[in-house]
Write a protein that binds this ligand. Sequence first.
Ligand code: GLC
Ligand code: CA
Length: 540
Amino acid sequence: MEEKTNWWKKATIYQIYPRSFQDSNGDGIGDLPGIIQRLDYLALLGIDAIWLSPVYPSPNEDNGYDISDYEAIGEEYGTMEDMDRLILEAKKRNIKIIMDLVVNHTSSMHPWFQAAKQDVNSKYHDFYVWRKGHAQEPPNALTSNFGGSAWTFVPELNKYYFHLHAKEQPDLNWENPTLRKEIYRMMNYWIQKGIGGFRLDVIDLIGKEPDALITKNGPKLHTFLQEMNQHTFGPYDLVTVGETWGATPEIAQLYSDVQRKELSMVFQFEHINLDKQPGKRKWDLKKLDPQELHQVFAKWQIELANKGWNSLFWNNHDLPRIISRWGNDREYRVVSGKMLAIYLFFLQGTPYVYQGEEIGMINYPIHSIDEVDDIESRRMYAQRLKEGYAKEDIIASINAKGRDNARHPMQWDASKQAGFTTGTPWLAVGDASEINVEAALKDSNSLFYTYQKLIKLRKELPILIEGSFQTFPTSHANVLAYTRSYGNTEILVVVNFSSQEATFALSQTPYTIKEVYIHNYDKEINDTLLPYEAYAVRVK
Ligand code: GLC
Ligand code: CA
């Protein structure tokens, strides 16, 4: 059976965190006209779509992931005309816009919740999850992702409502068919505008059954998604990617197997959790074992081949910068960034690049909690202080894993506010003296051009889309290797995941190099690997 390749299989998707991308009016907050100004830059990079983190009206308890109106644009970001113009201008450059769909919860300021809280007889009351109780004792012990109980008491109603995030983010009740219809109607409104798809925020939570203590992967989750697919994006050529912290490869197949008509793919986080102590929270650090990382990627590559589709990413707005995390943000910043990119882009799946990743932006170290905006870090800080943790240790955790690391403004040039704003930025700008777009574009050896090349290769080489994946054994703990094969062609990818030299005895393998696709050092490829050396070559 001849199947046509979906556009998003060859595509690279670029994530924009609008608040921090480009300010156009000097209020210190990035906005839609700012993004439009930078579309030519993104076209030069070669990306196919932009995943836009939320730009809807929001009280910003969680920076836009608490939406108070799904069909409008937040004042600080611009107007609906700006949004239409962004879709149009992007389209002229063959770039699609993917909207962030946050439908596990709304803001507590959403009119639905306001009505729900006011009147138990309102049709909106049942849009949320309520349980009877008394002030002293929540219905059960479920906790919220940002700390504390998942239940908040409303004395006037003598009831609790449920929230898996902040209390300002009440969870929607997906059991209610009228609610589901409203959501689908809203999604169709955006589809009619000509967007390219949706990223579905914490979508694995919508099937929750709080009475049974089930939060993620609830029994009706996939039924809801099939219904959503049928009523909204199903007939269109859109990309849909679900954020699923609880996905195993088996579960990811359920979402992304074409036959099941759910989503194009999901973001899974197994690799992202490898540097935390087992059973603990992300703040409790553990050193990454590169072999373990390789095994996890291999497992996902193999288990989703022909039975789904992978998303490939190192970064997003919730994660620390990958070069600071698993590369080297000092002397090997550029070369380690290239290694990480090469490793990822030759895998099977759709790669995602988070703003600033392509110029090698690094973490932003803080010294005091006053420098932190992120609700998650702030709540964790307060909680751990109470539990008796030392301040320095909590700050160290925030510096390693805090979400603000990725949210400091995009660095466009070496000027005072890095070209992000002419005013006072909402969150401080990092050191842009060396790391900025202008410098990257001038330097033909920069990380930017590695990303540009990799994005292009994914369009030119069918083997990258279709080819099968296999790990290739190495005799060194820090050296990771794999092959991709398709027809008579075979590609070998070798990376040194460390700042020490290592060996990979290419001369002892059955391979000879036929063509070098990419290599992050200007030297011959031989059996010695320099720090973070990485290459991808055709061997057949
Ligand atoms: C997702 C978002 C994150 C947000 C949370 C609640 O994990 O990526 O930024 O805080 O959902 O909406
Ligand atoms: Ca602005």
